[in-house]
Design a protein around this ligand. Structure first.
Ligand SMILES: [Zn+2]
Length: 83
């Protein structure tokens, strides 16, 4: 089974990257997808983070960063994430 860290929350996410993973779609919250944004950046996000992106416009890397900051455990009080 393949996993990949979510670019926003950093959790390992199961990905259906190959054959024989169809069952992963029916087993709940794990999962994610690679998004190609309008600014040509690519981000692998879990579905939980995908849902936090704005739905009324095309998300950008700033939106992904905002989700990441939001999900960062205890990371909203001064930051320090210099990525
Ligand atoms: Zn995530």
């Amino acid at each position: 089974m393949a996993t990949e860290p979510c670019d926003a929350c950093g959790r390992s996410v199961r990905i259906a990257g190959g054959v024989a993973n169809v069952w992963s779609f029916e087993t709940g919250p794990s999962g994610g997808m690679t998004l190609e944004l309008v600014d040509d950046s690519e981000h692998f996000l879990c579905f939980d983070c995908v849902e936090r992106l704005p739905g009324d416009r095309e998300p950008t890397r700033e939106d992904v960063a905002a989700v990441a900051a939001e999900r960062e455990p205890g990371g909203d009080d001064g930051g320090g994430d210099g990525e």
